[in-house]
Write a protein that binds this ligand. Structure first.
Ligand code: CP
Ligand code: NVA
Length: 312
C-alpha cells in the first residue's frame, strides 16, 4: 500500500541502491569502530521463514539486535501462511504489530500478495524466483573489493535458472555491470528474465548466456557459483548432479581465469559439487567477507525502509 518494499530489485532505483551502498559502508565502518547505533530502538521485524536459512535469518536478527530493535522468527508451524489464515489477513494484522516483515518462501506470488496487503515494508528474504538481499550484498562486496563497479565483469557458472542468478542479473543490468552466465542445456536463465535484465541495462553492458564455462570465465573479474540443487528441487538432485558435473568451479577451471579474479558463492556451498575445497578455501575466495556483508547491507536496508517510511 503506502510502504516501500524490497520484493525484487525493480523496487529500488539506481539512486536508492547507491544510497544503500553508501549507508552500508558507513554502518560497517561504525560497527568496526565499535560505535553503537540504536536507531531502530523499539522497532520490531517479523521474520517469516518457510525454508531453511542460516545467513539470512541470523544476519537479519543480529541486525535488529545491533540497531536496538527486536526480531521475531516465525516458521511455517507458527503462521502456516495461506492455510491457517489468508495471506491478506496475516499481512494486515502483522502490519498492526511490527515495523517491517521479511519473508522467505517458495512461490514469489506469496511475497507479492503479502506486500500488497501490508502497510509496513516487506523484504523478500528469498523466493524461488529471486533473492534481492543477496544480490545487493554481492555487488556491494564487489565494489568494496575492486573499488568500483565500472567495467566489472561477472561470470556465473552453474544453474542459470535460480533465484540467486536472476537477482544478480537484474542488479548487474541496473548498475551496468556485465554478467555472463554459463549453464547446461535446459538450465538457462529463462528468456523473459534475460529480456527483463537486458531492458534495464545500457547497450554497452553485456548480459549474456553461454554454454562453455571456459568462455565466460576468461575475462571475468568475479567467478560466481551457487548450488546445483536449490531448496525445493531436492527430488531432482541426482539428475542435476549429473547434468552439472562439468560446471564445477575447480582448480582446473580457475586456471583459465584472470589473475586476481575473485571467487564468490552465496552459500551454503556443497563442497565437491559446484565448488571444490581448493577453490573455496583458496586465496581468490571472498565468500566469508561476502557472507559478513549480509549483516551490514541488511542493517542499512532495515534503516532505509523503516526510517524512510516514517519520514513520509
Ligand atoms: N545465502 C543465503 O541466503 O544463505 P541462507 O540460506 O543460509 O540464509
Ligand atoms: N539457490 C539457493 C540459494 C540459497 C541461499 C536456493 O534457493 O537454495
Amino acid at each position: 500500500m503506502d510502504s516501500k518494499n524490497l520484493v525484487t530489485i525493480a523496487d529500488l532505483s539506481v539512486r536508492e541502491i547507491n544510497e544503500l551502498f553508501a549507508l552500508t559502508a558507513q554502518i560497517k565502518g561504525s560497527y568496526k569502530n565499535r560505535q553503537t547505533d540504536h536507531s531502530l530502538a523499539g522497532k520490531t521485524v517479523g521474520m517469516i521463514f518457510e525454508k531453511s536459512s542460516m545467513r539470512t535469518r541470523v544476519s537479519f536478527e543480529v541486525a535488529m539486535t545491533q540497531l536496538g530493535g527486536h526480531a521475531i522468527y516465525l516458521t511455517k508451524q507458527d503462521i502456516n501462511l495461506g492455510e491457517r489464515e489468508s495471506i491478506k489477513d496475516v499481512a494486515a494484522i502483522l502490519s498492526r504489530y511490527v515495523d517491517c516483515v521479511t519473508i522467505r518462501t517458495y512461490a514469489h506470488e506469496t511475497i507479492v500478495e503479502l506486500a500488497n496487503h501490508s502497510s509496513v515494508p516487506v523484504i523478500n528474504a528469498l523466493s524461488d524466483y529471486t533473492h534481492p538481499c543477496q544480490a545487493l550484498t554481492d555487488l556491494y562486496t564487489v565494489k568494496e573489493k575492486i573499488g568500483t563497479l565500472d567495467g566489472v565483469k561477472i561470470a556465473f557458472i552453474g544453474d542459470g535458472n535460480n533465484n540467486v542468478v536472476r537477482s544478480l542479473a537484474f542488479l548487474c543490468a541496473k548498475l551496468d555491470v556485465s554478467v555472463m552466465i554459463a549453464s547446461p542445456e535446459n538450465y538457462e536463465l529463462p528468456v523473459e528474465s534475460l529480456e527483463l535484465a537486458v531492458k534495464s541495462a545500457k547497450p554497452s553492458t553485456c548480459i549474456e548466456q553461454k554454454r562453455n564455462p571456459m568462455e565466460v570465465i576468461k575475462d571475468a573479474d568475479i567467478v560466481y557459483t551457487d548450488t546445483w540443487v536449490s531448496m525445493g528441487r531436492e527430488a531432482e538432485a541426482e539428475t542435476r548432479r549429473n547434468d552439472f558435473k562439468t560446471y564445477q568451479v575447480n582448480g582446473q577451471l580457475m586456471a583459465s581465469a584472470k589473475q586476481g579474479a575473485f571467487v564468490m558463492h552465496c552459500l551454503p556451498a556443497h563442497r565437491g559439487e559446484e565448488i571444490t575445497d581448493e577453490v573455496i578455501d583458496g586465496p581468490r575466495s571472498i565468500v566469508y567477507d561476502q557472507a559478513e556483508n549480509r549483516l551490514h547491507l541488511q542493517k542499512a536496508l532495515l534503516k532505509f525502509l523503516i526510517c524512510g517510511k516514517e519520514k513520509e
